[in-house]
Design a protein around this ligand. Structure first.
Ligand code: ADP
Length: 568
């Protein structure tokens, strides 16, 4: 092993260009470090065929082969190359090969509707798309007769030909290519990646990630205040690699020299549990629904979580009960907040040292907030009058952020850029409070906060309170237009199986009355079969609002005493 590493070091030093002035902040050195210092560390993937396993040394060789194949295909610096894939080693190979030859990796979310896929392929001017066999029918449907796909080539991830698209098998695409590549010296401001927000309002908006953004995001997340990863870690991103680079974890894990585990196509709780046990996963990450699935599965199945140190939860708020559940299983749930526009990590709910020594409930209270900004970022919270709100844990305002890995514009969307950015700050659209310690807590999205009689009502708080009822499966609260109060809250509830609807309505209202002022109480509770979801699995309140923007739901049903002014 030692011998092969030395040989590898020499070889790599030899082909790496010598740069007297040093290099810019680019991605290549992260892979260089992993390949040379940890050549035998594994990269493991769950595939349709079973488990695939190789080392950083193999990864380095295959990445060079892919880079050569891209050259041969005619991809040049500045071109965009897209992926339409789940989490696996081949997808990971594109993560370093594409940006380090100077091209740009555009990860497409395959759960988007066809029109959005057509829009973003056209907007990004993708030249080549890597697609998974199981996602090929979906891509073929979006590409069928679509002028947006003219001139786009396809490579299918695996060793078989495409069935629906004229696509080259990946293994023949890279086969026979040299395992070395004369990597160019790149400018840190050169775009390396690209991802579109899921477009809950209108067309998706593109965010370009430069090398410097991804480099600085990686370095910041490696700090103890971020999501650090080391060479004894086994890192499994369940969060999709098509969603903001799986929160940057493939880059961070490589920089730290950790073992990678990729859960492959549509992993279910049994797959996730199996990989944790078999591969000894220490750090994993995903949205709350993934962990709710695992918690549910573990009610009937024994799963050994003893290797697991940390579960990173973000994308939506981590419920307090989930934090406690993982504590009971000796696993730390680390709550994080971020956005596509922020590459994506913004804050992580680590405990400050004085709070770490406080009682358990105080700790849980802080760990369920979205947390403290990671080093390198600045934020402010601005109210309706354009003033910064006090850090008192009560006053709401919109969260603005800036920093090296926060974008300052949308790709070719000047009007959206104008709307969401000001003086170098990203206006996140998240409505938050900040407590005396500096922990931010999201109380709503700007577009979802309910503006009733000049006061704000947090739809998220009401939803969480309603979902705490045992007979509620899901709930979303939206503001419905109201003549007098501007907007009033209406709750859309999916009842649990066998629930008595009248009793449930009363039960919910009784629960809410205990904790909230009268004017916060929903004017109506409507039962529906399912809460519509976005392509990233979040509640789509826009769809609910579009469908139920009907005043009759609330007209005349607001008792005078429920008015904001009359509540004391
Ligand atoms: P989209 O949902 O448009 O695809 P993102 O994935 O970038 O976009 O989502 C970013 C948004 O997700 C944030 O602005 C915030 O509203 C929400 N979000 C992210 N993390 C959390 C969290 N830990 N708690 C609550 N909301 C979160």
């Amino acid at each position: 092993m030692a011998c092969s590493s030395v040989a590898r070091m020499k070889l790599r030093f030899f082909v790496y260009p010598s740069m007297p002035g040093g290099t810019d902040q680019t991605l290549r050195p992260f892979l260089w470090r992993a390949a040379n210092l940890y050549p035998d560390t594994e990269i493991v993937s769950r595939t349709h065929q079973g488990i695939d396993r190789y080392t950083y040394a193999d990864y380095d060789d295959r990445t060079a082969q892919l880079a050569n194949a891209l050259d041969e295909h005619g991809i040049v610096e500045g071109d965009r190359v897209a992926t339409f894939c789940w989490n696996h080693h081949r997808h990971f190979e594109t993560y370093f090969a594409v940006p380090t030859i100077g091209a740009q990796l555009h990860t497409i979310n395959p759960l988007l509707p066809d029109e959005h896929i057509q829009y973003i392929v056209d907007n990004a001017e993708d030249q080549l798309i890597f697609v998974d066999p199981s996602l090929e029918p979906k891509l073929a449907s979006a590409a069928a007769d679509a002028p947006e796909f003219e001139g786009v080539d396809f490579v299918i991830m695996g060793d078989a030909e495409g069935e629906h698209l004229d696509a080259t098998p990946y293994e023949s695409f890279i086969d026979g290519q040299p395992t070395d590549y004369d990597w160019p010296v790149l400018d840190e401001d050169q775009p390396a990646g690209m991802c579109y927000t899921s477009g809950t309002t209108g067309n998706p908006k593109g965010v370009e990630y430069t090398h410097k953004m991804l480099w600085s995001h990686t370095m910041a997340t490696l700090t103890p205040q971020g999501i650090p990863m080391d060479d004894d870690d086994v890192v499994m991103p369940v969060v999709p690699m098509f969603h903001v680079n799986a929160w940057g974890m493939p880059f961070t894990a490589t920089a730290g020299g950790a073992k990678h585990v990729y859960p492959g196509p549509s992993p279910d709780p049994a797959d996730i549990a199996g990989l944790i046990e078999d591969e000894g996963v220490t750090i994993t990450a995903g949205v709350p629904t993934v962990w709710l699935g695992l918690m549910d599965y573990m009610e009937d199945h024994d799963v050994d979580l003893s290797t697991l140190d940390r579960v990173i939860v973000g994308g939506s708020a981590a419920p307090e009960a989930m934090i406690r559940w993982f504590d009971d299983h000796d696993v730390e749930l680390l709550h994080a907040w971020g956005m596509t526009e922020m590459s994506p990590i913004g804050s992580v709910a680590h405990l400050k040292h004085d709070i770490a020594g406080a009682d358990y409930d105080t700790q849980i209270d802080h760990r369920s907030k979205q947390g403290l900004m990671v080093p390198g970022l600045e934020f402010r919270v601005i109210d309706d009058d354009g003033e910064e709100v006090a850090w008192n844990g009560e006053d709401f305002g919109e969260l603005w952020v800036r920093g090296p890995w926060v974008t300052t514009e949308y790709f070719m969307r000047p009007e959206a850029t104008e709307e969401d950015f000001e003086d170098g700050w990203l206006k996140t659209g998240d409505v938050v409070t900040v407590d005396e310690e500096g922990y931010i807590k999201i109380v709503d999205r700007e577009k979802d906060v309910i503006k009733s009689g000049g006061e704000w009502i947090s739809s998220v708080e009401l939803e969480n309170a309603i979902m705490a009822h045992d007979d509620v499966a899901e709930a979303a609260v939206v503001g419905v237009p109201h003549e007098k109060w501007q907007e009033r809250p209406v709750a859309f509830v999916v009842p649990g199986e066998g629930a008595d609807e009248d009793a449930l309505r009363e039960g919910i209202m009784d629960m809410l009355r205990e904790d909230y002022p009268k004017w916060w109480l929903p004017d109506s509770i409507e039962y529906i079969d399912e809460i519509p979801k976005t392509a990233t699995g979040k509640f789509s309140k826009k769809d609910i609002r579009d469908e139920y923007s009907d005043q009759s739901l609330v007209e005349g049903s607001v008792p005078e005493e429920a008015a904001p002014e009359s509540d004391d």
